[in-house]
Design a protein around this ligand. Structure first.
Ligand SMILES: Cc1ncc(COP(=O)(O)O)c(C=O)c1O
Length: 379
């Protein structure tokens, strides 16, 4: 049978986690928290299941959760969204991204993707019969050249995907980028898929730009987020999409045939968590900033060059002063010989540059971060 995704193999994330287990290395590769979800959330999940909330939810989500998501949007971004018609609960941000892409991409359509990019975007575009147009952003500042973006547009361009705060660069889109993006979206009648799964993790007082903040941008956007990131429960695969009514209607047509609905007791537990523990979201930036600072400080004596992390739970390190190996080989060496698993930056590119950069995840206990840093400082 001819593969629909001939270029796709086992992801580097699974490979690195496999190697980390095999070599008992400290796993700073895959992006998931080492700590558990809040007790309140786990207790509510168990209670709702015990109480018999174990059947399908409405396809667009339990209204209690839709309302709490709308309340979160109002609190964080001062925007009013109508929960019933614009908020759809999904099985993780990955499902939401897939559905949004399927909903808008016709055969032959082009979708602009900025590399380094989260690995699900391009396959989802290809499965829809579209073409991902990759625009490479280069380290260390990963700046978007908007002239290059304009040059990449064609009469087939349907949408732009952005991710801010950005995995893996840990950069936040700037105010001037937002202005240029808005300009292009309106001038060329494009849609925006805004992947905001790290929306609550911005550091040093920097503000997150959400597509929800600007009415004209939101009018053409799918804004996607993940409870897995926000509440340390990536294994629950719970997320959501907020989009204007007309776009949500198309989104829901696809969503109902991908999963129909998402895990009912988790929806109810998350609704309670958002309602009764708003402080968890508000304190998340501080929580992760401390972890970033711990890791950055512990790595100061090392020979790595530390790139600035403005948001997310990732940190990039340039190892040019340490090794001439390419980044995949260097990560293999790190996991086998040094005892730390990391992710090579090149895997996030369609056309990888020859940078010598690795990504570490700092959603780990302080002790884990310090032990990993000690090993890295020995290089
Ligand atoms: C940029 C980005 N988008 C989406 C996701 C997927 O989120 P979820 O686990 O909710 O599907 C991730 C997870 O790593 C991510 O880093």
């Amino acid at each position: 049978m001819e593969s629909k995704l001939p270029h796709v193999g086992t992801s580097i994330f699974s490979q690195m986690t496999g190697l980390a287990n095999q070599y008992q290395a400290i796993n700073l590769s895959q992006g998931f928290p080492e700590f558990d979800a809040p007790d309140f959330l786990k207790t509510r999940l168990a209670q709702y299941s015990e109480q018999g909330f174990n059947q399908y939810s409405p396809s667009s989500g339990m209204s209690a959760l839709q309302s709490q998501i709308a309340a979160l949007v109002a609190r964080r971004y001062n925007q009013t969204v109508e929960p019933e018609s614009t908020v759809t609960v999904t099985s993780g941000a990955t499902e939401a991204l897939f559905v949004a892409i399927q909903a808008i991409t016709q055969v032959g359509d082009e979708v602009i993707v900025f590399d380094p990019a989260y690995d699900s975007y391009a396959p989802a575009i290809e499965l829809a019969g579209g073409k991902a147009i990759h625009i490479a952003l280069r380290a260390p500042d990963f700046r978007i050249d908007w002239q290059q973006v304009t040059n990449a547009l064609s009469d087939k361009t349907r949408a732009i995907i952005i991710n801010t705060p950005h995995n893996p660069s840990a950069k936040i889109i700037s105010q001037s980028d937002v202005a240029q993006l808005k300009n292009l979206l309106i001038k060329h009648n494009l849609l925006l898929i805004s992947d905001e799964v790290y929306e609550h993790m911005t550091f040093d007082g920097q503000r997150h730009f959400s597509a929800l903040l600007d009415e004209e941008i939101f009018a053409r956007s799918f804004v996607i987020s993940s409870f897995g990131k926000t509440f340390h429960c990536t294994g629950w695969k719970m997320g959501y999409c907020v989009a204007p009514k007309n776009l949500s209607a198309e989104f829901r047509k696809v969503h109902q045939y991908v999963t129909f609905s998402s895990f009912t007791p988790a929806q109810l537990a998350l609704a309670d968590m958002l309602k009764e523990h708003a402080e968890h979201v508000d304190e998340l930036a501080q929580f992760y900033q401390q972890k970033r600072d711990t890791l950055v400080q512990a790595l100061q004596p090392s020979r790595f060059e530390i790139l600035p992390s403005e948001g997310t739970y990732f940190l990039l390190l340039d190892y040019s002063a340490i090794s001439q190996l390419d980044d995949v080989a260097f990560c293999e060496y790190l996991v086998k010989e040094v005892g730390v698993a990391a992710i090579p930056l090149s895997v996030f590119y369609d056309m990888p540059p020859e940078d010598k950069i690795i990504r570490l995840c700092f959603a780990k206990h302080t002790d884990t971060l310090l032990r990993a840093a000690e090993k890295l400082c020995s290089l």
